[in-house]
Ligand binder design. Sequence first.
Ligand code: GLC
Length: 478
Amino acid sequence: MKILFAASEALPFAASGGLADVAGSLPAALNEQPGLDCRVVMPLYRSIQPKTRNQMTYLGDITVEVGWRKQYCGIYQITVGKVTYYLLDNPYYFMRDGMYGFHDDCERFVFFSRAVLEILPAIEFQPNIIHCNDWQTAMIPVFYNILYKYHQEYENIKIIYTIHNIQYQGVYGKEVITELMGIPTYHTNLLEFDGMVNLMKGAFETADRISTVSPTYAKEILDPWYSYGMDRALVRRQDPIIGILNGIDVNGYNPETDPNIAKNYTAAELQGKKVCRKALLQECGLQDSDAPVLGIVTRFVAHKGIQLVQQSFQEMLQAGCRFAILGSGERFYEDFFREMQSAYPEQVHVTIGFVPALARRIYAGADMFLMPSQNEPCGLAQMVAMRYGTIPIVRETGGLKDSVRDVGGANGNGFTFKTYDAYDMQNAVKRGCELFADKRKWNALVRRAMKCDFSWNVSAQKYIEMYQELMDAQSIFD
Ligand code: GLC
């Protein structure tokens, strides 16, 4: 079975969010299975250092049409572990600082999507499945259905589209259809949504399967509260949306071997976690006390539930909680945390930015991990936190609901609350603080959380079943 996994970011080459973790670990997990060859295709960004570039093999270049333009596309190949990566080069589109947020993002990722299809003859890899992810690759199934599927070299490819976050859809003016996509205007209906061109909607119309990154999110996105308008586009599909919970790279995130933390530890021997806690308090200049240390590692955007944290902050400080916070995003929230740090320097420490090693020191050194998202397609941080024995406090949504069970029930591994409400969150934090005071019970909880299996083992199998089922099925468009 040959899979081409298309993503706009993938570890170890480029990352801005959870998609890069998934693209950097699911293909590797799939390739553990006999007979499976999953390869990754992504853009060659400026941030990929010359040292890494020099290790790549240049396979040649092709020309890719972007509307009336004919663009160069260099193809580079590199193997990491058991996974082959193809990095697509176009200096004009990708030699910039940063990955997204440019005025011509639509053009850049229309180019990338078209290039993914165009390189297939050149790389001599004929996939059975192209697995697309998020809006940046949403044009792949659209192009495939309109322009490629009747060509002999392209016959019988099935396309899966995975939603990692339904909020980011790729919405542009209708002129992009002729100007950038070069597809006949009578296909406008495939992409049109609410008077605009919506790339994600195009994938919903043309992909053979739609999946998302947790079973709960698969249901939630049919509800307008969660769908950012897309429920109307999703319900048109006859087939169910498949929800498969992400795994994490349990070897990369392992407190027993992680070189970034003060002392390694295991569920059986938790002494090292105490050392990590002390080191974190010291690094952040926080006061040492018996009350819990709460970690927050996130993007400071509304849907991560920062508002609830803000509304409850004083109460949590009064309960003695200390905060080690890492993230960046909206200025409003960055300023709030900065102000809190200057008002309560012994209780609050914030680092604005994306510092992977510090994230790990927070996962290891904190007692609890606060993640009260308004919506969370999957969420990886709560799983990483548990792997490091840090107990998550989460709202019951998306992948948070599917990975964290409240201690009030059987096999609890964290604290959960239902309603998007500051008091409900405070209540969960309060329950956390109370249990934290009982060291024997708390350590048992820590051990239970650390023993949860968040590896890709189960989920990779579910992807394989989905691939297999698709390969056996007739295309819905045949
Ligand atoms: C997006 C989602 C996050 C998910 C990740 C990987 O970043 O917001 O919840 O874990 O994709 O699928």
